[in-house]
Design a protein around this ligand. Sequence first.
Ligand code: EPU
Length: 337
Amino acid sequence: MNTIENFSLKEYNTFGIEAKAKQFVSVSSSEELIEVLKTNSSTPIFILGGGSNMLLTKDIDALVIHINLKGKKIIREDADFAWVEGMAGENWHEFVLWTIEQGLGGLENLSLIPGNVGTTPIQNIGAYGVEIKDTFDHCTAISKKTGEEVTFDRDACKFDYRESIFKNEAKDQFVITKVVYKLTKRNHKKNTSYGAIEQELASNNIIHPTLKDISNAVISIRNSKLPNPKELGNSGSFFKNPIVPMAEFKKIQSQFPDMPFYKISENEIKVPAGWLIETAGFKGKKFGNAGIHSKQALVLVNYGQATGNEIWEVSKHIQQTIWDKFGIKIEAEVNII
Ligand code: EPU
């Protein structure tokens, strides 16, 4: 384990922002992690996973610990289910493909989401009608304060739309080291009802899709809408889809009858932020080195040399415009550092 001073994080965040860590160390086991935490108990610590959900607006004046724990295996199985463990530093998409190769169902709709296994519970990643909470069994985390290992089951994680205990009460207190998912061995609950998946399968004449077919459909849809961070720096959806009270929604709908929406409950409606941003005229717009993706307005992009602050300014301008035009507050999904 080498601690490096003044380390560039450009390759460690999917926005491709140039920012420096005061100190940087990569750990590849829980033991190494515990040792680093113990020997640096009075130093400010910043935990870095896949770097796919953060916007760096400044250098990090802390010891950045890069979570590089690798490994994946089936830890238990019965006739119907397999419990699969992924170490926190495993690349998520490679992990998903591996579970599909094992014939296990549950993660196929979450193909090609950037980031690592360890961060999936933090924001309860989701796409195409599936969220991680649907297959999550438990995760193991290490307390930053005490170095103790703690297990969180599904209830303990308090999952909600792009939310968990790790973004709220337990924020910055734990480092997730491994996650166990409960996947199906047979009678897979295939989730193909999401419009774009149905269309993609139909256009390939697939009537009885395999897990791999669903994964391929998701990959194809994502590739057509979402930029590859290796080619164009981005962090996926920059904003969360706002949830508005029914009465307020009705008022806005009378002015914008085309607005798409999803009913969450009797009193709450989720509105796609991508539609709001596109309707406000931002889709494909460029502001210096930063911009709004031309195929999905929910995604902000770095055209090469943007600073985190430039992207942050664009995001604040979008938030203000949406507020002025629709009276809806949209919140960043990405962590602003
Ligand atoms: N829309 C527009 N313009 C746009 C984008 C979307 O009008 O530029 C409209 C679409 O026509 C559709 C609606 O908004 O009616 C929803 O669009 P889409 O199905 O593309 O999904 P989304 O709500 O924009 C969410 C997730 C994505 C996930 C997709 C698919 C959030 C914040 N984002 O986006 O997640 O891939 O659904 O399930 O919930 C991510 O978190 O990084 C991410 C990419």
